[in-house]
Design a binder for this molecule. Structure first.
Ligand code: UDP
Ligand code: MG
Length: 321
């Protein structure tokens, strides 16, 4: 076994980026050699339909530091990162997009921040972006929400493709679905809290076109809600559903009681009375009590599922003596 791990693993997920790859590989190599880093580049071909994989095969033949994984079909950026992370063996793992929008010249400083300043994760911040307005404005909103929900308050650019990690971090988080947008949140949930940021240069896409449409923002918000919910209530769903079920049921119960008491009072005092079903409170009571019970049931079902989850007792242990 190799007891002397290499300095840096660069993980590059890609989907139809044939034009950019040779330039990117040469640029990374230049930076690594100029700084004397030992390195590997892991290209993860996410089911490209162009000749990307052929290009990677050619590059790997010329440079033994280049490795590749090829998916049979297109799964998405998160699955590509997941497989790349599994393979990475460097002390520091750096991810970057394949489209030359991220600059390999940032690598030495990112490496220094991880190894010398002790960061677990350093995320790039494309302070000056070269993307269309239709993307930059929603991105600002997206990042503000992500900051508020995740509690990672110091990041301006969650979804920057250029990030550096301590090796431990990538081995202990599981990126899936489209969760690559929230890797800092995943890292924080796994107990890696020293998360920093570095302003990075960004360039307009040189070749090809973006692989994500505007639906990224809708999906991004839904994923954020999912992450928030699972990180807070993943193993104790009753704490969520039970609380809100109770609140609704109690409100409904008192509304029903108010309707009943009012009716009895009117009967008793001889005031002209109307039907119970004429009162809006009757319908409010009905709806709230039904919704409240439904929430409770959802809580019980959630607990049954959580109980049979094989990872319910899966903790992050950093040290033992
Ligand atoms: N990508 C991928 N699988 C996909 C979509 C994208 O591996 O299904 C890669 C893509 O090739 C690029 C990176 O993810 O290397 C970022 O994608 P893109 O540049 O299209 O996103 P944007 O810069 O517009 O956010
Ligand atoms: Mg891009």
């Amino acid at each position: 076994m190799n007891t002397n791990p290499i300095d840096i693993s660069v993980v590059v997920p890609l989907f139809n980026e044939e034009e950019s790859l040779p330039e990117l590989a040469a640029w990374i190599r230049r930076v690594m050699e100029a700084n004397g880093f030992s390195y590997e580049i892991i290209f993860v071909n996410d089911g490209s339909t162009d000749s990307s994989w052929k290009v990677i095969t050619g590059l790997a033949a010329e440079n033994p530091a280049i490795h590749g994984i090829s998916f049979r079909r297109n799964y998405g950026k998160s699955p590509a990162l997941y497989e790349g992370f599994k393979l990475a063996s460097g002390k520091v793992v750096i991810t970057m997009d394949a489209d030359l929008q991220d600059s390999p010249d940032e690598i030495p400083e990112l490496y220094r921040m991880i190894t010398e300043e002790g960061y677990d994760l350093v995320s790039g911040w494309k302070q000056k972006r070269y993307d269309p307005l239709s993307k930059t404005i929603p991105t600002k909103l997206f990042n503000a929400t992500a900051r508020a929900v995740s509690g990672v308050k110091n990041l301006h650019d969650f979804n920057c493709g250029l990030k550096a990690y301590k090796r431990d971090v990538v081995k202990h988080i599981e990126v899936y679905g489209e969760m690559h947008r929230y890797i800092p949140y995943l890292a924080k949930n796994a107990g890696f809290t020293k998360i920093g940021e570095k302003v990075v240069h960004h360039q307009a896409r040189k070749y090809g076109s973006t692989k994500f449409g505007l639906d990224r923002f809708v999906n991004g918000y839904l994923d954020l809600m999912t992450l928030w919910f699972t990180s807070k209530f993943g193993v104790k769903p009753m704490h969520f559903f039970g609380l809100w079920g109770s609140v609704m049921f109690i409100l409904g119960f008192f509304s029903a009681a108010a309707v009943g008491i009012m009716k009895l009072w009117k009967l008793h005092t001889g005031v002209p009375y109307s039907l119970v079903t004429d009162s809006p409170y009757f319908f409010l009571a009905l709806t709230l009590m039904i919704l409240g019970s439904q929430f409770f049931l959802a809580g019980f079902v959630g607990e049954l599922i959580a109980r049979s989850n094989p990872r319910r007792n899966d903790y992050e242990i950093s040290e033992t003596l």
